[in-house]
Design a protein around this ligand. Structure first.
Ligand code: FCB
Length: 431
């Protein structure tokens, strides 16, 4: 590839992402809101007003457009739209219609996530995804929303369907010991259901049956109303590496947590790739960052090259178009965030030049927002928020990313990052 190569397609979606519960505030009827207010809670702090995007959506789109971005991935909240089983709130649908309109008015492509970790409390009481009713209930919600909303373009049916498997040890760790048992009891009391009804604690068999079943039913419901809408699911994918001798450990992880999901959604309109880091499997069966390597505020190894490696793997295995629906850096060092974005996109540009079909990149996150159980600690945003005043502050990383987006790519020249080996050791040579 030469210095002048600009291999991102002309209609590439240069965007940034958020999720409803993490930015809107006041998601009162959801299971996560209830869990945040359990005492003791598995959440560090409640989401509260979050960053009040419920009231500031249009202002945030003005910021996104000023940065130079052309697409916004955001979530709609099932708990607001169907606060009581079978009762759909016209006011919530109207609100989300205004959000979609605000995007289009500014030339921003809306990418809408229908399910991003949270569900209505009434559905948690039925067991959430462990209930065999889940796929049909999700399909009804998808159909209602798709009939109601004009201007949908790209829809992510569900966010990170495989993440409960990826974080299973961490999630079970939260419930371990005396303190964990107290948190579980408090959580189950507020939910009125076992903790497994919350998406992040969904057992593996329920994910494969009802989770992927819901995606298929939801996708078909959306397509039956608006066949032109591009529908896909997003997956949590890390660059899976192995220390010498631990290849079998790594391959077993990939065979359990990645491949079955990829195989079941290959052939969708797109696959949403969400990659933050690489992880290295060890001979003792554990995995994580390599010793001595820099890590981000979330404890992830700081590896911008992970994204391109994962995209190569996904394309090689599925031949399904990719949208990078999340990739990001957590921490207070915004210069490092800017560099991380540039390095991630540089490696991605090489992958695209090699034939990997990537159609968009959404930096996580547009705003410093509510990071689930970690509360407001880790900062991912290219736009900072003073939560006392809800004032936004555009960071330098936003300007750096905006410059790349406006130029339609990077001048990589001789400093082009070397593509990483494929995640499960498959040789490179993707076209
Ligand atoms: C992903 C989630 C997203 C955000 C980032 C940091 O797993 O989809 O909501 O929390 O991690």
């Amino acid at each position: 590839m030469t210095a002048s190569d600009r291999s991102f397609p002309a209609d590439f979606l240069w965007g940034s992402a958020t999720a409803g519960h993490q930015v809107e505030g006041g998601n009162f009827n959801s299971d996560c809101w209830a869990l945040e207010h359990a005492s003791p809670s598995i959440f560090a702090e409640p989401s509260g007003d979050a960053v009040d995007q419920w009231n500031r959506f249009d202002d945030d789109m003005a910021i996104l457009a000023a940065i130079g971005l052309k697409a916004y991935r955001f979530g709609i909240e099932w708990a607001r739209i169907e606060p009581v089983e079978g009762v759909f709130a016209r006011s919530a649908l109207d609100h989300y219609q205004r959000c979609i309109d605000a995007c289009h008015q500014r030339g921003i492509t809306p990418v809408v996530t229908f399910h991003h970790f949270t569900i209505p409390l009434w559905l948690a009481r039925k067991g959430g995804m462990t209930s065999d009713q889940f796929p049909a209930l999700f399909a009804r919600y998808c159909e209602t929303v798709t009939r109601a909303l004009r201007g949908l373009v790209v829809v992510c049916s569900m966010n990170e369907m495989n993440v409960p498997l990826i974080i299973r040890d961490v999630a079970l760790g939260l419930l371990a010991g005396e303190e964990g048992a107290a948190k579980r009891a408090a959580a189950e009391a507020v939910l009125g259901a076992p903790i497994e009804s919350n998406f992040l604690f969904t057992p593996p068999d329920a994910l494969l049956r009802n989770g992927l079943g819901a995606h298929a039913a939801g996708r078909d419901a959306i397509k039956s109303v608006r066949p032109e809408v591009q529908v896909g699911i997003t997956l949590s994918l890390q660059d899976e590496q192995a220390e010498p001798g631990a290849e079998a450990v790594r391959d077993a992880r990939v065979a359990k947590m990645v491949d079955p999901f990829l195989d079941l959604v290959a052939g969708d309109d797109f696959i949403g790739v969400q990659t933050y880091t690489r992880t290295t499997s060890r001979k003792d069966g554990t995995h994580g960052p390599r010793a001595g390597e820099p890590v981000t505020a979330m404890g992830y190894e700081d590896r911008p090259d992970a994204l391109a490696a994962v995209c190569r793997y996904v394309w090689h295995r599925t031949r399904t178009p990719i949208i990078v629906t999340e990739n990001g850096f957590s921490g207070d060092d915004d210069d490092r965030r800017a560099a991380f974005i540039g390095e991630s996109l540089g490696a991605l540009q090489c992958a695209i030049a090699d034939g990997v079909d990537v159609r968009g990149y959404f930096y996580w996150s547009l705003l410093d927002n509510y990071e689930w159980m970690a509360g407001y600690g880790p900062k991912f945003g290219i736009v900072g928020v003073d939560r006392a005043t809800q004032q936004r502050r555009i960071k330098r990383s936003a300007l750096a990313y905006g410059a790349i987006a406006r130029a339609g790519g990077l001048d990589v020249g001789s400093t082009a990052p070397t593509p990483m080996p494929l995640a499960s050791g498959t040789p490179i040579g993707v076209t």
